[in-house]
Design a binder for this molecule. Structure first.
Ligand SMILES: NC(=O)c1ccc[n+]([C@@H]2O[C@H](COP(=O)([O-])OP(=O)(O)OC[C@H]3O[C@@H](n4cnc5c(N)ncnc54)[C@H](O)[C@@H]3O)[C@@H](O)[C@H]2O)c1
Length: 722
């Protein structure tokens, strides 16, 4: 019979037959194991009990969950990383101390990795003398995705176990590996079928117990400096540095900092090497990227939880069959994305040519998926059959939800929506994809406005993950929940917002767009503005963005949305965008806008300097050109976004800062290292933001901080709780 050596909420230790002890991770009342404070404290106690137990010959480390150990508890990071460096050092040294206790048991230790062993989970397994992995499991060190790197010995033990090249690739790349790859890389020692895992691990332990020199040699190698010449190491690091510099996203230094830690720690013995890692870890944890990416991860979890709640909500329906009205850029993309995820979509238009275009686009996208090996031909054929192009309403009576994506004209939309409502079931949902009209205004001719909701997709639909779900005054929660569920089924991330001009994302983007126009009118060089914003981390600067969107569309949408906020968004200067529209310089679509475009051999437009742009723009610069620093440019373009976001939050357009920032990250490519506009403001500190507001208040209401922001500054808080 098993005899317990330690019984905790997270860790159990028991004596099996034959002098073997089992250390089992089994987190009470949770689906996964994680390496949080409680787990580490219990592990320390369990190890002490094992070390004190007489007559042991080996220790088997297991998990009773589907995962082995999913990693650290990321919800602990926000508060922890704000603590003084000395506290953080103490925290991680404690973690290392516990794991070294596992590594130093007097008997051999084998980990049986049954499921995900990620981050701290793999670092714990690396302290064992052998790792046996289930063929279905995955292991990895994904910390760079959180702006971090392994801080519990990963940069010390992985190079010593699998070599520098593997360690650099795994740590800087952050991708989890399947069992065969982990075995090839030398990160694990054996792979077993899941139902054979325990037996295989016990057999290996039995072998180890009778072949002490083997495991002792492995253990000694993990604790010694790496056996490597300085010249060889230098070469490896030099090459890796070049690779990582190229691959790292802007302002995300984690991979490079991990490399520096490994470069410093390879010639050292374990304890000194761990100390290098811990010190470097406290530095990376204090970077803006770490704070932002950790928050983005938590926000993503929070949004997923909200989606699950919508799925369970009263009246929420699963969309099994959908339809799209309008086979243009958006309608075609929506029908394709729906069918691709197994929800067939009828696609109606008034023009056969548009239907042909929409279907042609779907054919092209599917052929590409097949070519890239992402979709089998028979699956692609089934998806294609799911898109039914038609000029009439046949079958609309049987669909659960219709997305309206006809031209952005309220008269046309009113007529189309009223007719549509008479052709569908009484309980079917109509979702409009309007980008600038209000849901309440569009709902006017409808007899069942409670079944009417906004589903604002972003272009190109197959690529863009965000959908704003817009709740009008009369929209029922059942309609909102149904639309949320449909977006999730399409593989998208839905964020629920309240009806207002521009909804959430475009409203905040327009604040930036107006600020750009004002800055140019004040004499800024648009090319410098683009460079400064791209250096900040934006995928493209505001002038280039307008060229890509199309000046005619962009300027029109900007004006329509701005008209909804006359108190803040009325212009008192000549607008460079309108100048460009007057000149028919629409951007990429006309080959010229702020920049000039020429197609490359693949037909992709390539941006070039346009010789006459500056002379043209001088017409809207009454005081001529003047110099701005990059910092001024960033401040003038970011602050109105912070303020518009704060107002939207105060007005309840979106429920939480997490959802607001998530929408910006997914909808407009907000720089990930800054985590979204509210996280960015928190990073600057509310006092600093207010100082900026005071500095720029003379530019107008978009620069004037809200009363809520002033309250936060007075209380020393920010948008996020911790
Ligand atoms: N293009 C974008 O980037 C974008 C992004 C988000 C939302 N939107 C919104 O999506 C909607 C569609 O935009 P788009 O860019 O796809 O426009 P589009 O001009 O490419 O397509 C509109 C389609 O609607 C069709 N149509 C017009 N009247 C119709 C009717 N009575 N019945 C059926 N079809 C009809 C047209 O033939 C055309 O195929 C607009 O409300 C727009 O504001 C566009």
């Amino acid at each position: 019979m098993n005899q317990y050596l330690h019984q905790g909420q997270t860790v159990q230790a028991m004596r099996l037959d034959n002098g073997i002890a089992e250390l089992c991770f089994d987190r009470d009342s949770e689906a996964i194991n994680k390496l949080d404070r409680l787990a580490l404290a219990e592990l320390r106690a369990a190890l002490a009990a094992i070390a004190a137990a007489p007559g042991l010959r080996g220790v088997l480390v297991t998990s009773a969950k589907e995962v082995f150990i999913a990693g650290a508890d990321i919800t602990e990071f926000g508060a922890l990383f704000k603590r003084p460096e000395a506290d953080m050092l103490a925290h991680f040294r404690n973690g290392n101390d516990v794991l070294c206790g596992l590594e130093q048991l007097a008997v051999p230790v084998v980990a049986a990795i049954n499921g995900f062993a990620l981050g701290g989970g793999l670092e714990l397994a690396l302290c064992c003398d052998y790792r046996v992995m289930a063929a279905s499991a995955q292991v990895g060190l994904p910390e760079v995705g959180l702006g971090l790197f392994p801080g519990l010995g990963g940069t010390v033990r992985l190079p010593r176990i699998a070599g520098l090249d593997v360690a650099i690739e795994w740590i800087a790349g952050g991708k989890p590996s399947r069992a065969d790859a982990a075995l090839r890389a030398g990160v694990v020692d054996q792979v077993a079928a899941p139902d054979q895992l325990r037996a295989a691990a016990l057999a290996l332990l039995e072998h180890a117990a009778t072949h002490a020199p083997e495991w002792q040699a492995k253990r000694a190698a993990r604790q010694a400096p790496m056996a490597l010449s300085a010249a060889a190491a230098r070469e490896v690091f030099q090459q890796a540095r070049a690779r990582i510099a190229k691959a790292s996203p802007k302002h995300q230094p984690a991979a490079m900092m991990a490399l520096a830690a490994m470069e410093d720690n390879w010639p050292l013995a374990r304890d000194a090497a761990l100390d290098v890692e811990v010190r470097q870890f406290t530095r990376v944890a204090k970077t803006q990227a770490a704070a932002s990416l950790v928050q983005a991860f938590l926000s993503e979890q929070a949004v997923k939880k909200l989606c699950r709640a919508h799925a369970r909500a009263d009246g929420a329906r699963t969309v099994k069959a959908a339809a799209v009205l309008g086979a243009g850029i958006m309608g075609g993309g929506i029908a394709f994305a729906s069918a691709l995820k197994g929800v067939p979509a009828r696609m109606k238009d008034i023009a056969q040519g548009q239907l042909d275009l929409g279907c042609g686009e779907a054919d092209k996208l599917l052929a590409r998926q097949v070519r890239l090996g992402r979709l089998a031909q028979d699956k692609a054929d089934a998806v294609r059959r799911g898109i039914v192009a038609q000029l009439d309403y046949a079958g609309f009576g049987q669909v659960d939800l219709v997305v309206e994506a006809v031209v952005e004209n309220i008269k046309v939309k009113h007529a189309v929506l009223a007719e549509l409502e008479s052709r569908i079931a009484d309980d079917a949902i109509i979702a409009t994809n309007t980008s600038s009209l209000r849901i309440d205004d569009l709902a006017v001719p409808l007899a069942r406005p409670h079944n009417f909701v906004g589903m604002h997709f972003f272009n190109p639909v197959p690529v863009m993950p965000l959908v704003e779900i817009v709740k009008g005054e009369k929209t029922s929660m059942a309609a909102v929940s149904t639309a949320v569920g449909y977006a999730v089924a399409m593989g998208k991330t839905p964020i629920v917002v309240k009806d207002c001009p521009g909804f959430l994302v475009n409203r905040i983007l327009i604040a930036n767009n107006r600020a750009f126009s004002q800055l140019v009118a004040d004499g800024a060089d648009f090319e410098q503005v683009d460079r400064a914003m791209e250096d900040f981390g934006w995928p493209m600067g505001p002038a280039y963005l307008m060229d890509v969107v199309g000046m005619d569309t962009g300027s029109h949408v900007s004006n329509v949305i701005a008209a909804g906020y006359p108190e803040r968004m009325t212009r008192s200067w000549d607008d460079v965008l309108e100048l460009m529209v007057e000149q028919k310089r629409f951007g990429q679509k006309t080959g010229i806008g702020f920049y000039r475009y020429e197609a490359d051999p693949a037909g992709k437009p390539v941006k070039h300097h346009a010789a006459d742009s500056h002379a043209l723009i001088a017409r809207v610069q009454p005081n001529g050109r003047r110099a701005f620093t990059d910092q001024e440019i960033v401040e003038r373009l970011m602050l109105p976004m912070v303020i518009e976001a704060a107002i939207a939050l105060e007005e309840g357009v979106v429920a939480t800062p997490a959802e607001l920032d998530m929408a910006l990250l997914l909808g407009i490519g907000f720089p990930r290292h800054a985590g979204g506009i509210l996280k960015y403001a928190d990073w600057l500190g509310m006092e600093h933001v207010l100082a900026l507001s005071d500095k720029y208040a003379h530019l107008g209401p978009p620069y004037v901080a809200t009363a809520g922001m002033r309250r936060m500054a007075a209380q020393g808080t920010g948008f996020y709780a911790d």
